[in-house]
Write a protein that binds this ligand. Structure first.
Ligand code: ADP
Length: 394
């Protein structure tokens, strides 16, 4: 996309703009800090026009130059990021690493980026931000003239409605089965002991499914509430992984599956919440056993690694050899209630919340999840957590 067809005029626009921003910045550095801003630098007509357009937008909007400095923004954006100042780097005011990364990616690739983010306080909110690099002359990229336009869209009403509809549906299905069987047991099957035993068994499974769903919902809400509190207790990931795998031995035997663990002989220490990390690996390993059963085995690898920035991290991957997951599903797997195959998930006793829990636990631990899979070749779920040099409590 190009904001102008006349390359030269585009350059001129930006040159005037950067002159204006530079003059503003110089003016600020020479002003006494408590003096009101003077108007010795007159605002170019392009900026007046841009300001008018941006302020007319109903959603938060910020326009940056290619160095990431703020050119224009509207009051809605100022409400989200009160530290935004014209002429200053947006990264300081935005205070959101994902958004800063998206701006960098947009500048680098010339392609629009979309990210989702959420906030807990004062009440849960979900938003999406579009980061669009707009070329002012002859394409976007290093050395070319352009701006980056950020718009934010509130997803909260849609998310709330979707979530309530999903929860209601998920609870209503087993409830309908249970009430249906109660009617049958009170009526036609009243004197049939075989039917009674069979129906009670089904009712038990359905009740268990409802309980599990409520359990997952409560866990999700508890983890979300504590999202801003980073866990501080040193825990050993290898110990947790081994314990979880032991606990799932019966399921593995039922499915006729082998679980292979490779791990260093020394602990992999991270700052974590033991219960949440246990839940995380339970979900990943259980998924491997449930969905990857046809592959007959799961490999769990625990290792010490390092981030691209050279920081130490603990890496745990859970690999199965089942049917795998088609590429189009991968980005959505951690959404609440997202399933590749709803029937299969229900048959396996799934709630559709397992990977959403994994994502939330990792967010709280400032960790990362990557999912690699090819259809027909199994799936690998890899968890990365920053390692800690603190000693394990006795
Ligand atoms: P569920 O309760 O349905 O298992 P999850 O959030 O744990 O929910 O997983 C979401 C969906 O991701 C599952 O329904 C399944 O379709 C898919 N999935 C998860 N793990 C695997 C795996 N190891 N192999 C294939 N598909 C998987």
């Amino acid at each position: 996309m190009s904001a102008t067809d006349d390359g030269g005029a585009g350059q001129g626009w930006l040159v005037r703009l950067s002159r204006f921003l530079r003059a503003r910045a110089e003016e600020r550095t020479t002003e006494p800090t408590d003096a009101p801003s003077s108007n010795t630098v007159s605002t170019p007509p392009e900026i007046v026009l841009l300001d008018a357009v941006v302020s007319g937008m109903p959603d938060p909007m910020v326009v940056l130059d290619q160095d990431g400095r703020v050119i224009a923004f509207n009051p809605q954006a100022a409400a989200l990021a009160p530290a935004l100042r014209r002429g200053e780097p947006a990264s300081i005011a935005l205070r959101m690493p994902e958004l800063v990364e998206a701006i960098r990616a947009a500048n680098l690739t010339g392609k629009a980026q979309r990210i989702e983010f959420s906030a807990r306080l004062p009440s849960p909110r979900w938003s999406e931000a579009f980061v669009a690099p707009i070329a002012l002359s002859g394409g976007h990229g290093p050395g070319r003239a352009g701006v980056v336009v950020i718009t934010v869209h509130d997803l909260t009403p849609i998310r709330r409605a979707d979530f309530v509809a999903n929860v209601s549906h998920e609870l209503r299905t087993p409830l309908a089965a249970i009430t249906g069987f109660i009617d049958t047991l009170q009526g036609p099957a009243r004197d049939d002991p075989n039917a009674r035993a069979r129906f009670l068994g089904i009712m038990q499974t359905q009740a268990w499914r409802m309980a599990r769903l409520i359990d997952d919902l409560l866990s999700l809400s508890r983890i979300e509430q504590r999202a801003h509190m980073r866990p501080e207790t040193p825990v050993d990931l290898v110990g947790i992984v081994r314990q979880v795998a032991d606990g799932l031995q019966t399921l593995a035997q039922d499915r006729d599956m082998q679980v292979e663990i490779t791990a260093p002989s020394t602990p992999l220490v991270v700052l974590g919440d033991r219960d949440e990390l246990t839940r995380l690996f339970e979900n990943l390993i259980e998924n491997g056993l449930k969905y990857g059963a046809s592959g007959k085995r799961i490999d769990i690898a625990c290792a010490a690694g390092s981030t691209p920035g050279g920081k130490g991290e603990a890496v745990v991957s859970v690999r199965d050899y089942g049917p795998g997951i088609a590429a189009e599903h991968l980005p959505r797997l951690t959404e609440r209630f997202y399933r590749v195959d709803v029937g299969e998930s229900r048959a396996q006793g799934g709630t559709g919340l397992g990977l959403a829990l994994v994502k939330h636990i990792l967010n709280r631990h400032r960790g990362r999840l990557t999912i690699d899979s090819k259809e027909g070749e199994g799936a690998t779920f890899t968890v990365r957590l920053q390692s800690s040099a603190l000693p394990l409590p006795r």
